[in-house]
Design a protein around this ligand. Structure first.
Ligand code: HEC
Ligand code: HEC
Length: 384
């Protein structure tokens, strides 16, 4: 069969018509972009005293535009120039897959880097002029808590601190009462709280404008060099989401890379059995390697009603004293003694505290040591 090369193929006609339609549809939008670009070109030229060239220069982008119309569909120019590198979030084995990354704040290398700088360099000066921010309280070496000195009296906050680890997989609310919905909101809460950073959002923006490095970092992260508080929230939230901890001795045991000692294994068996120490319902275990459900319970600290509180993750628990929302316990021995011997009954206690009628899980001194040995395997070898 002969094909007549001079006749127009129907597909080509459709393509051409589509291109024309696309051109007229995109014209309005992209002309504005082109005009804006040309204005900047004109301004630059005027500055150099060459404004005579600007007219002919204007034609060239228009031609380019027309050509690009034929080969591609329309894209706003900003998106084309701002191409941050997607952040590669690890997905450790036995971790949940659901995470809390919002559609309007995807993680990028540039966003995380900006967030890290904001987290550590502070967002406002305190009354002595010293930069204050997240890292004034949240220290990496204590799993991003405040360390043994961070008692309620010392902090002046309503509750003690919580670790900032693996929070990207927390899909049920932040803080001891689970009241803050997103990490972005938590940045706002920490900045404005009278007992935390205690400033306002416009002060933060004004303070950051004094650092010459920020416009470039905001540009790389969000495509605009303008420093905004929304950008601050997004970047710090991205950094906190990047704090993934999944390389404790226990993780290496789960991955078959390292063996636990007999005491540590016995402690693990106690942890995950109801007739043992019965910890796993609220604090996870091998099948929930976050070591928290991120839910709130009343674990029987007081006989009088004291409400429900978040069951904190037990990862890095060796580093997060003082323990409980009010920091009442200063060592893991005190915590284990409580669960073993002095759980208080009240009508509000969680039904998961199965052993409350015996005052607790009633461990022998040896079992207490084993449980503690296991809890110590949950500590990361290297902190950032
Ligand atoms: C004055 C010390 C202090 C400063 C400064 C501070 N925090 Fe906190 N942070 C706390 C305390 C205390 C809590 C526990 C609050 C509660 O639930 O009552 C907490 C809780 C959190 C939580 C909840 C963790 C969880 O597991 O639910 C996040 C997230 C957090 N802070 C992030 C930040 C960020 C980001 C900043 C900086 C913008 C910051 N914090 C600044 C003391 C501080
Ligand atoms: C019914 C759920 C539940 C069970 C079962 C449970 N816990 Fe808890 N755990 C909690 C809650 C809730 C908190 C915080 C309570 C508060 O501060 O008011 C907590 C706090 C802790 C803390 C303090 C963490 C910190 O950073 O302050 C440790 C350690 C702990 N639990 C270990 C254990 C161990 C070990 C077991 C088993 C013997 C156990 N838990 C059983 C719910 C539970």
């Amino acid at each position: 069969m002969r094909t007549n090369s001079t006749t127009m193929h129907p597909q080509r006609t459709i393509l051409l018509l589509t291109c024309l339609a696309l051109f007229s549809a995109c014209r309005q939008k992209n002309d504005t972009g082109a005009i804006m670009q040309n204005q900047t070109a004109q301004q630059t030229l005027k500055k150099n005293g060459h404004d005579v060239f600007s007219l002919s220069l204007m034609r060239f982008p228009a031609l380019l535009l027309l050509l690009s119309m034929l080969f591609s569909s329309c894209h706003p120019s900003q998106e084309e120039t701002h191409k941050p590198t997607p952040y590669n979030l690890p997905q450790p084995v036995f971790f949940p897959t659901a995470n809390n990354i919002p559609a309007d704040n995807p993680m990028t290398e540039e966003g995380v880097a900006l967030g890290e700088k904001l987290f550590f360099n502070g967002v406002t000066p305190n009354r002595h002029g010293i930069p204050t921010g997240c890292a004034s309280c949240h220290h990496p070496e204590y799993s991003f808590e405040g360390g043994p000195e961070a008692t309620l009296e010392h902090l002046g906050t309503e509750h003690t601190m919580l670790p900032l680890i693996n929070l990207v997989w927390n899909t049920s609310g932040l803080g001891w009462k689970g009241e803050v919905e997103t990490l972005e909101d938590m940045v706002y809460a920490a900045v404005t709280s009278p007992v935390e950073i205690n400033t306002d959002t416009s002060e933060v923006v004004r303070y950051l404008q004094q650092d010459e490095a920020y416009p470039e970092l905001f540009l790389k992260a969000f495509g605009s060099s303008e420093i905004t508080f929304v950008g601050v929230e997004k970047a710090i939230a991205q950094y906190v989401r990047s704090l993934v901890f999944a390389n404790s001795k226990f993780d290496r045991y789960l991955r078959g890379e390292e063996q636990l000692s007999q005491d540590e294994l016995n402690g693990y068996m106690l942890f995950i059995t109801e007739e043992g120490a019965d910890c796993f319902h609220c604090h996870g275990g091998g099948s929930n390697a976050l070591f928290t459900t991120n839910l709130l319970y009343n674990n029987g600290l007081d006989a009088e009603y004291h409400g429900d509180f978040k069951a904190p993750t037990l990862r890095n628990v060796a580093l997060t004293a003082p323990y409980m929302h009010d920091g009442r316990f200063h060592s893991l021995d005190e915590v284990i003694d409580f669960y073993s011997d002095s759980v208080q009954y009240s009508e509000f206690i969680s039904p998961l505290m199965h052993h409350v009628m015996q005052g607790g899980i009633r461990l022998t001194p040896q079992e207490k040591q084993q449980l503690k040995a296991f809890l110590n395997t949950l500590t990361e070898n290297e902190l950032p």
